[in-house]
Design a binder for this molecule. Structure first.
Ligand SMILES: *Cc1c(COP(=O)(O)O)cnc(C)c1O
Length: 211
């Protein structure tokens, strides 16, 4: 049995605690750890969008479950851009202009994307540095097959919940300052989604808490 309903309840609770409507927050179930039977269970429970962090696995699953919207959330090498152009309904992990251009060249439709921002500046994390975001927005706007919908980030691993919250706060400030019309902020995972919701997340990507 999945914990989908518990996760949805916890999202709802976090939204109310933040004075927000739960309708403003979309759960993106992340299926990278799970097998096909578990994916089927999520589908039976009404899930329509699923996140994967490896292009090959996303492509395989998109062929097995073509009616699901498969969302790319992980690091993507430019030589795998074709897989995502063919099989993903959205890519939340566009972390360089080189990747943006590679996706654009391989697409024959418009792909919604988020720019991944490395807010915390950790070396191990990919993404645009905050100061690169204005230039990235300008450049991506000229690419006809990409539709920038907002930003994605990952918080540093920490036992101190205020660390994640600060990262989420900074992403929201960046959006409000540079691109207030972009609607989406994808931030928050199993361990930190309440803090992300408090800071304005519109998409939370939850994997390990689902089963
Ligand atoms: C795996 C993954 C998640 C989900 O992480 P959990 O901690 O398992 O909820 C979210 N975002 C990205 C980019 C991931 O790779």
């Amino acid at each position: 049995m999945s914990n989908l309903h518990t996760v949805l309840e916890n999202i709802s609770r976090a939204a109310h605690a933040a004075g927000r409507s739960p309708d403003e927050i979309t759960l993106l179930p992340v299926t990278k750890y799970y097998d096909l039977a578990q994916i089927q269970e999520l589908i039976d429970a009404g899930v329509t969008h699923m996140g994967e962090n490896r292009p090959q696995q996303l492509a395989e699953r998109a062929q097995l479950f073509p009616h699901i919207n498969w969302v790319m959330i992980g690091r993507l090498q430019t030589n795998k851009a074709g897989l995502i152009a063919r099989h993903a309904s959205e890519c939340q992990s566009v972390d360089s202009l080189r990747l943006a251009r590679a996706l654009d060249r391989r697409l024959d439709r418009v792909l919604p994307i988020l720019l991944q921002v490395n807010v915390s500046g950790e070396e191990s994390k990919t993404g645009f540095a905050p100061q690169q975001v204005p230039e990235a927005l300008e450049a991506v706007e000229t690419l006809e097959h990409l539709d920038v919908r907002g930003f994605m980030t990952m918080a540093p691993h920490s036992d101190d919940p205020t660390v994640a919250r600060k990262t989420f706060h900074e992403l929201r400030e960046l959006r409000d300052k540079l691109a207030p019309t972009l609607p989406e902020l994808s931030m928050g995972m199993s361990g930190d989604f309440p803090q992300a919701i408090a800071e304005g997340a519109t998409i939370v990507r939850v994997g390990s808490a689902l089963f």
